[in-house]
Design a protein around this ligand. Structure first.
Ligand SMILES: Cc1cc2nc3c(=O)[nH]c(=O)nc-3n(C[C@H](O)[C@H](O)[C@H](O)COP(=O)(O)O)c2cc1C
Length: 202
């Protein structure tokens, strides 16, 4: 299903097409496509080129890690993501060395996942990120060491069909996507001057 952005100004077709569905097909993701996703993440920028990201991949075809990853999810996320072929845990290296924080680790990890999402769109795949998971369970199940924080789980795969979704998610799946207008977050030269001129945003 397509749910392109209703953008006011022109944006790249891939950015327009990307969205976060819940109706996934169980069709496995090809190995070469999977590697391209992480290659895209690999080439995203990061503070001092620190690349403070790690990804734990759990495939539906290999029961162990997949079952554990599903168990970390909130009940609601577990319900819609039942057919997702790949679950990816995004982990940030939040300490550069023991006791020394990297304040940009989350920023960099998010940016790497953004690159991955756009690459996924180019490959006909979809990504749905989730903050709704139990970080402590994830840390323990996947033996994530101190200095590294599990941040989000991403569902990755091909689109399925709305009819296969549990009823409670169907309306949301087909409803229009919305965004704040540019005026609400774009500041023209200073916080107080705040809003850019309306003629620049419409
Ligand atoms: C960090 C992050 C956490 C999210 N957590 C959840 C979640 O736990 N469950 C869920 O269904 N969607 C989750 N989402 C998806 C957002 O709700 C979705 O990206 C947003 O509504 C915009 O929709 P779009 O991606 O289709 O444009 C999350 C997205 C991000 C980036």
């Amino acid at each position: 299903m397509n749910k392109p952005a209703d953008n006011v100004h022109p944006i790249h077709e891939l950015l327009q097409k990307r969205w976060s569905p819940r109706a996934y097909s169980p069709r496995p993701v090809e190995r070469e496509k999977l590697l391209s996703l992480f290659e895209a993440a690999r080439w995203s920028p990061s503070a001092a080129n620190s690349q403070p990201w790690h990804f734990i991949v759990a495939s539906r075809e290999e029961e162990g890690a997949y079952a554990k990853m599903r168990e970390t999810l909130t009940e609601r996320n577990r319900l819609w993501s039942k057919d997702v072929p790949l679950l990816v845990l995004a982990v940030a290296q939040v300490e550069r060395e023991e006791g020394k924080q990297n304040p940009w680790a989350l920023y960099d990890l998010g940016q790497a996942v953004a690159h991955l999402s756009v690459q996924a769109t180019a490959l006909g795949l979809y990504v749905h990120q989730m903050a709704g998971f139990d970080r402590e369970k994830a840390r323990s199940f996947f033996e994530i060491p101190a200095g590294f924080d599990p941040v989000a789980v991403a569902a990755v795969g091909y689109y399925g069909s709305v009819e296969e979704l549990p009823q409670e998610f169907r309306d949301r799946e087909i409803e229009a996507r919305t965004r704040k207008p540019l005026q609400e977050f774009l500041h023209d030269g200073g916080w107080k001057a705040s809003v850019v001129e309306p003629e620049l945003v419409n």
